[in-house]
Design a protein around this ligand. Structure first.
Ligand code: PGA
Length: 254
């Protein structure tokens, strides 16, 4: 297995006004002072309104920016939506696609997700595609079937190891403080890697970042990030405070 630099991506969701950029600034300062970017790629997926000012703040640093969703079209009469081109123009290098909150709140299907990921690729944005089972699906023993099905249906055929990140986020672990056992995370990531090998070929699949999300905190990050086939984390709540986020980033210094 090629060694993959982990990605620690913060997902701020619908949190944060300009004053919250002080947290981004604090992370930037520590990352720069302690060269934390040698151990991990660090990204903030911010509300769209904060991308341009954050881009200014992060100019000349290695800290990356991402959006949280994009429309599948480049432009048009779609009030309230945002295109991949707009995110790229504001300074994003990536965009989260198909987060479970989008799949639930906006009834996004895996087919929609694939179209959005394709739109991201067309604008040279990396697509962070999220998949994960619900509590009911896990209890029914359907986890592996669900994530395999979602993975295949959510990927456009423009996928390469560079333009995609897969985030395994069990829906029941998001924002709840609950996490699957380490064995369960390992098992899902192993199966996803094997699926990716089948989809894009084994060489390309070895370099795809497979990250875990769902109640990642400074206290559990090291154990999760040490697992084989876990190449980083998508962090919600704990990315809002610089100290917590830095605690997670620091656990990549293994
Ligand atoms: P959480 O969110 O870390 O607050 O559980 C993760 C996510 O939704 O990406």
């Amino acid at each position: 297995m090629t060694s993959i630099k982990p990605l620690i991506a913060g997902n701020w969701k619908m949190h944060g006004v300009k004053a919250a950029l002080a947290e981004v600034e604090a992370v930037k300062s520590r990352v720069t002072a302690d060269s934390l970017n040698e151990h991990a790629d660090i990204m903030f997926c911010l509300p769209a309104t904060l991308l341009a000012p954050a881009a200014q703040l992060l100019t000349g640093t290695s800290v990356l920016l991402g959006g949280q969703d994009c429309h599948h079209l480049v432009s048009g009469a779609h009030t309230g939506d945002i295109s991949a081109e707009m995110l790229a123009d504001a300074g994003a290098a990536a965009v989260i696609i198909g987060h479970s909150e989008r799949r639930t709140d906006h009834a996004e299907s895996s087919k929609d997700v694939a179209l959005k990921a394709q739109a991201a690729h067309d604008c040279n944005l990396q697509a962070i595609v999220c998949i994960g089972e619900t509590k009911g699906e896990r209890s029914a023993g359907l986890t592996l079937n669900v994530v395999k099905r979602q993975l295949r249906a959510s990927l456009p055929n423009t996928v390469t190891s560079k333009n995609i990140v897969i985030a395994y986020e069990p829906v029941w672990a998001i924002g709840t403080g609950l996490t699957p056992s380490l064995n369960d995370v390992s098992e899902v990531h192993r199966v996803l890697r094997a699926e990716l090998e089948d989809i894009v070929g084994s060489i390309e699949a070895q370099s795809i970042k497979l990250i875990y999300g769902g109640s990642v905190k400074p206290g559990n990050a090291k154990d999760i990030l040490s697992l084989a086939n876990v190449n980083g984390a998508l962090v919600g709540g704990a990315s809002l405070k610089s100290e917590d986020f830095l605690g997670i980033i620091s656990s990549c210094k293994i």
